[in-house]
Unconditional design. Structure first.
Length: 378
């Protein structure tokens, strides 16, 4: 046991970080539409890792645990007698070895974020003796990050470990003595405060918390650079008449710059009609106008659907619904068309198309959400 203690003294705080072999990527700005998918999936990954470490902390620091064990650190400088200090240190090292195994097993199953550069690397920071960040690993991780700000977050995470380690080293070191191979006695001077496994896990979770807070803002900023658009939606309504059925409908397309459920949409419609009394197929393009899209599954979607799908004789109309997807599926636009009672069939028609994303035009700034009272077809 004593020999293994000397081998495992520099227990490291390790952040599992996305990286890639191409240093060119790190020069890109993360606040761009092309980075949205990577940023969102990186955010999901960091939340998953944070929760894993919080779960590990709870396992090592359950309610009703040993009374001597503080939640996050053991203050060895407060233990008066050497035998108790030495034994407590051996116990701590043994638990940290268990922690290292648990950490490797649970974080090893977390996939790399989809949409980011491929590959993964680790950056280690000594959490007990030197408080040093592995600068070679850090440089490689920053160079391989998908964009510049993600690389900066890697460094912020690791510096949080280094700073916490330095704070624990402030104070009077104490002497640990142990018997090693051959009966020889060795001494080691150790810092006054040492992390428990629960504290180690919570410190790691806090590091991911730094990244999560920054990523939430980065996602919003990057989304503001996105133009979301759709096309190819065709609504229809066939009305029986004594001289034959008349078919009417609209071809709908649109685009929006910024958050698809917060910014206004420019909508383009072409009215199409055919049937008795109509020469050929009549097409009439409306002037572009503003509308909005609501989030799929939202209370606002339900509210508007209830209005548009009201009793017989109402004008009805259509509404735009935006579905962000789950990181695996691409975002979609659904036009929910509530047809007139005279239509055959008169049931709701829902047309879903893939939402296309591109960078906003430089001369088209993100638009604020319009007043719903002034929106034509919602």
């Amino acid at each position: 046991m004593d020999a293994s203690i000397f081998r495992t003294l520099a227990a490291c705080a390790v952040a599992l970080l996305l990286a890639a072999p191409s240093p060119v990527r790190a020069q890109k700005d993360c606040i761009a539409c092309e980075q949205v998918k990577c940023l969102k999936n990186t955010l999901k990954q960091k939340v998953q890792l944070r929760d894993i470490y919080l779960g590990i902390a709870d396992e090592f620091d359950p309610k009703g645990g040993p009374a001597w064990k503080p939640a996050n650190i053991t203050q060895f400088d407060k233990i008066p007698d050497a035998p108790t200090r030495n034994q407590r240190y051996r116990d701590t090292i043994s638990l940290l070895e268990q922690y290292n195994q648990m950490e490797a097993e649970r974080t090893g199953n977390v996939p790399a974020p989809e949409g980011c550069s491929a590959g993964a690397t680790e950056v280690s920071t000594d959490s007990m003796m030197t408080c040093a960040i592995d600068t070679v690993q850090l440089a490689a991780a920053k160079a391989g990050a998908n964009c510049k700000q993600l690389g900066d977050l890697i460094e912020q995470h690791e510096r949080s470990h280094a700073n916490a380690c330095k704070a624990r080293k402030a104070g009077k070191f104490w002497e640990y003595t142990a018997q090693v191979a051959g009966g020889e006695t060795k001494s080691l001077w150790l810092p006054p405060q040492i992390l428990t496994p629960a504290g180690k896990a919570r410190e790691e979770a806090a590091g991911y918390g730094i990244e999560i807070a920054a990523l939430e803002t980065m996602v919003k900023d990057a989304e503001s650079k996105c133009k979301t658009s759709f096309k190819g939606v065709k609504t229809s309504c066939t009305i029986p008449t004594p001289v034959g059925p008349v078919t009417m409908g609209q071809e709908i397309s649109g685009e929006s710059c910024g958050n698809p459920v917060a910014a206004q949409w420019t909508i383009h419609t072409v009215n199409v009609a055919s049937g008795p009394g109509v020469i050929g197929t009549h097409r009439n393009a409306d002037k572009p106008w503003y509308n909005d899209c609501v989030a799929k599954g939202s209370a606002e979607e339900s509210r508007r659907a209830g209005i548009l799908n009201g009793g017989a004789g109402l004008g009805r109309g259509w509404m735009c619904v935006y579905d962000e997807g789950d990181g695996q599926r691409e975002p979609t636009i659904t036009i929910r068309s509530f047809r007139l009672p005279q239509c055959s069939p008169s049931s709701e028609q829902a047309i879903t198309v893939t939402a296309e994303r591109s960078e906003c035009d430089e001369d088209t700034p993100p638009q604020p959400q319009p007043d719903p009272a002034n929106l034509p077809n919602s």
